[in-house]
Design a protein around this ligand. Structure first.
Ligand SMILES: NC(=O)c1ccc[n+]([C@@H]2O[C@H](COP(=O)([O-])OP(=O)(O)OC[C@H]3O[C@@H](n4cnc5c(N)ncnc54)[C@H](OP(=O)(O)O)[C@@H]3O)[C@@H](O)[C@H]2O)c1
Length: 326
């Protein structure tokens, strides 16, 4: 079994709980937290059972007994703190969406590679056996030739103070939710989009409250996606081919991990994809295996760049009302 790394949490973000609770058998991997406030860091460390608390992110990065950091900062801070963490010699798991700026994402991977460090974008859903099985079924021709994809992620974001309503921190529905839809379409297509077009509805301080898009993939595969902070909770990923249809009704969290395949006559086959470990545990193990040199991380440079290029192209398209090549 791969030796666990000593992890530090960069911030006291809410999402930390998913990582901290991911694998009770490896709880010792969590050794420190850094917060903008020492008081908050200390209270957090006491509550979560973490050995050390630092009153700034810089101090966490200077901790010699931290090998890797998990960055759960607001989106607009991901690149800055990824660069600083890599400069400090730490492996980095940075939350999704890494960034809508492909040049900045490339600069982060350049630095990681130069330092021999692992950097990965935290698309936990991609590590779940459900996602791997869905891709495998499409590749094996379980639905014939792939023709169309549809991805959806929405819920109602009621708190007007949530940072996801702020332009400066790179909020917006496409960033927060649509990044999963892009990831879902790219994963099942097994390719990068050639051309995209998007439309948005604004909310908050002008960020996108809802976003819909069309993505054209090689091989005449068309994908549509919709994400929203202003609609009922709904998660879905569907692939339609010449011989059948594949559907995940809980693609992003995998709490009901079943891949449904319906053939041309309407006959349904359900592929159960149970996993003893959840997505968050699997993404931590993946980064640790990569850091140990056992295998490349499942989500490396190419994937993060594909995400960033598509996000950038979609925002450019929504601004210009024209199709854009990522
Ligand atoms: N993979 C998933 O399942 C998943 C789920 C939810 C969110 N996420 C991602 O995780 C990231 C964090 O989301 P979250 O909802 O957990 O965030 P959050 O609870 O709002 O926490 C963000 C943390 O960043 C720090 N921070 C630094 N500057 C800040 C500022 N100007 N405003 C607000 N916070 C600031 C704060 O920590 P200190 O006060 O301690 O410094 C804060 O606790 C986002 O990128 C999001 O997309 C991923």
């Amino acid at each position: 079994m791969t030796a666990v790394l000593r992890w530090g949490l960069l911030s006291t973000a809410r999402i930390n709980d998913a990582l901290l609770g991911a694998d009770p058998a490896k709880q010792e991997r969590w050794v420190a937290v850094g917060s903008r406030s020492l008081e908050r860091a200390q209270a957090y460390a006491a509550e979560k059972g973490l050995p050390r608390a630092h009153g700034s992110y810089e101090e966490l990065l200077a901790d010699p007994e931290v090998d890797a950091v998990y960055i759960g900062l607001p989106n607009g801070m991901h690149v800055e703190w990824t660069l600083k963490a890599l400069e400090a010699g730490k492996h980095v798991l940075v939350e999704k969406p890494f960034s809508p700026h492909p040049d900045r994402v490339a600069a982060c991977f350049d630095l990681a590679e130069a330092r021999g460090l692992v950097l990965a974008e935290a698309f936990m859903w991609r590590h779940h056996p459900q996602a791997l099985r869905a891709r495998q079924l499409v590749e094996e021709g379980a639905i014939g030739e792939l023709r169309a994809l549809h991805a959806h992620f929405s819920f109602t974001l009621t708190d007007p103070a949530d940072v996801r309503w702020e332009t400066a921190l790179e909020g917006g529905a496409l960033m927060d939710l649509g990044c999963y839809c892009i990831s879902g379409c790219r994963t099942l297509a097994g390719a990068e989009p050639e051309r995209v077009s998007g439309e948005l509805v604004r909310g908050g301080d002008g960020v996108d409250a809802s976003f819909s898009a069309v993505l054209r993939f090689p091989g005449d595969v068309l994908a549509t996606l919709t994400c929203s902070f202003d609609a009922v909770k709904h998660h879905e990923l569907v692939a339609t081919g010449t011989a059948g249809r594949l559907r995940l009704d809980d693609p992003w969290h995998g709490n009901r991990p079943v891949v449904q395949v319906t053939d041309g006559d309407g006959a349904l086959t359900e592929h159960d994809c149970p996993s003893p470990l959840g997505s968050y545990a699997l993404e931590l193990d993946d980064l640790e295996a990569a850091a140990a040199g056992e295998r490349p991380s499942r989500l490396g440079r190419a994937d993060a760049l594909g995400q960033a290029r598509t996000l950038a192209a979609l925002y450019a398209s929504a601004a210009s009302h024209e199709g854009v090549a990522p």
